[in-house]
Unconditional design. Sequence first.
Length: 137
Amino acid sequence: MKGFGNWLRRLGENLSAAIRRFMMGRYGTDKLNIAILVAGLIASVLSVIIKFPLLNLIFMALSYALMGWALFRMLSRNTYKRYRENRKYLMLVQQFKDREHRYYDCPRCRQQVRVPRGKGKISITCPKCKVKFIRKT
């Protein structure tokens, strides 16, 4: 029995090493992937709960599409694009959480500028290109 335990342990180590080699250079998971998987799980649960055949089919297809998208992002070798997607998602989530500031894009360089809410019309100076533009907060 001791030989079988050693064999099983070596098999686990070999599988773990094979998975590590396979994932080397791939993006892996991040906050956006987790949000996509949660949305896919919710769509899957809704497809089970809803008894109307057309809506059931739509939610089931949506759940498979979302989970496929998350798998694609996780196995992608284009890590720079996946990082940028995740960064945009995190910035969007931050904007929804931040109730004290408004976010504007500079009309020239597209740099995101944060200004306080409730100040009326103000002149905003972009910190990157120094262009001035007027927005209502």
